[in-house]
Design a protein around this ligand. Structure first.
Ligand code: ZN
Ligand code: ZN
Length: 120
């Protein structure tokens, strides 16, 4: 697994460097992830200190729930980050990480909320 990776949104307005160690990716099938992404998401996780934002003028944080915020590009809508309030960990959505990531998707969560149109 790499020591560091780079990330950017679809339009390139939000860019970041990520420092590991990186957790294996988890697929999240919760209703919020599915609605916000259009399907389901996969995310790795790092220490929050490991996120270095390079360009973030367009980064917007949405208070998705009482306990967590979701960071996305307000220009192109790319989902990038998820952070539980007060946590020293930061989830980074796999789709915004430049390849090769060296990270594997190994687990799935919130399967009880998954869409009825696919199987895991
Ligand atoms: Zn963007
Ligand atoms: Zn979710």
């Amino acid at each position: 697994m790499p020591e560091s990776l780079s990330a950017k949104c679809a339009c390139g307005a939000v860019t970041a460097n990520l420092t590991g160690p990186f957790r294996d990716a988890m697929g999240c099938h919760c209703e919020t992830c599915r609605r916000q992404s259009g399907h389901y998401v996969a995310a790795t996780q790092i220490d929050a200190d490991g996120l270095q934002l390079l360009t973030s003028d367009r980064l917007k944080w949405w208070d998705a729930s009482e306990t967590a915020k979701r960071g996305f590009c307000s220009e192109c809508g790319s989902l990038m980050f998820w952070r539980e309030d007060g946590s020293d960990r930061m989830s980074v959505f796999m789709g915004c990480i430049d390849q090769p990531t060296g990270i594997k998707l190994t687990t799935h969560i919130f399967l009880e909320e998954k869409g009825d149109y696919y199987d895991v």
